[in-house]
Structure formats: structure tokens, C-alpha cells
Design a protein around this ligand. Structure first.
Ligand SMILES: [Zn+2]
Length: 143
């Protein structure tokens, strides 16, 4: 915690022609060309850095603000978030809506934490056929 930062990222008098530590080139805005993009620009293109390290730094406002530049050709397409989310959500929902005893998937969340099954399996209360999915799921357990 609080370790001294030797690379002062807030330096105002950055000499653009001095490589400094020499590891990373520094560009002014619009000098970076078409091959590089900031994380934000990548996002606007539907891309993500994809694990690559930034290849350059771009500065504006006299070096007081900067952003890392990434190679566009190494960028990866963004994950289709809605789809991935929906799948994960549905999986989570299915686990909470499916009775482990009879294998029915209900349209509502089951009291699995308290009862461990649907009401019908728990105390014989017949479940309303409209409250669960009637089409047999592929993973149905053979009783
Ligand atoms: Zn059940």
C-alpha cells in the first residue's frame, strides 16, 4: 500500500522526443495512425484489447492526460454480452426452477433451500400443470 510510484504518469513536461525509459513510444492525438486505438476506441469498434499489452501511449493536453494504445489487428471481438448473459442467467434460473426430485421445470423459483423440491414432491400438493414446463426436457431423469 502506498508504494512510491517512480513512473509519474501525471508529468506535465514530457519530452515527446525523448524516449524516457525507452519502453513505450508516446504519440500526440492523431499521430497514432490507423493501426492503433485506445481501449475506448476499440470498444466503439466492437473490439477489446484481448489480453495484449499496450504498444504505445497517446497524450493530450500537454501530457497531462494519456491513454494506452492497442494494436487493432491484435484486438479481439467483444463477447456478445447479451447472449452470454442470457445463457448464464437462464442456467442459473433453471437451477432454481427445476425440482431435483421430479425434474419438472417450473415457471417460478422453487423453495429449494427450505423444501429441497417442489410442493408436490414435498407434501403432495398437486402442482398446477400451467406452472411448469410440460414438454419433457432432454435431461429428464428416468424414475
Ligand atoms: Zn417435484
Amino acid at each position: 500500500m502506498g508504494a512510491p510510484q517512480h513512473e509519474d504518469v501525471d508529468t506535465v513536461d514530457v519530452d515527446l522526443y525523448d524516449p524516457g525509459d525507452g519502453s513505450i513510444p508516446v504519440f500526440r492525438w492523431r499521430q497514432a495512425g490507423q493501426a492503433l486505438a485506445t481501449r475506448r476506441q476499440l470498444r466503439e469498434m466492437g473490439l477489446r484489447p484481448g489480453g495484449q499489452s499496450p504498444v504505445a501511449r497517446i497524450e493530450c493536453r500537454g501530457g497531462r492526460r494519456f491513454a494506452w494504445l492497442y494494436r487493432i489487428d491484435l484486438a479481439k471481438p467483444k463477447l456478445p454480452m447479451t447472449l452470454a448473459k442470457e445463457l448464464a442467467l437462464d442456467k442459473a434460473m433453471a437451477a432454481r426452477q427445476t425440482c431435483p426430485k421430479c425434474g419438472r421445470r417450473y415457471h417460478h423459483v422453487l423453495p429449494l433451500k427450505t423444501l429441497g423440491s417442489c410442493l408436490e414432491c414435498h407434501d403432495g400438493t398437486p402442482a398446477d400443470p400451467a406452472s411448469y414446463v410440460t414438454s419433457a426436457p432432454a435431461h429428464r431423469l428416468a424414475a
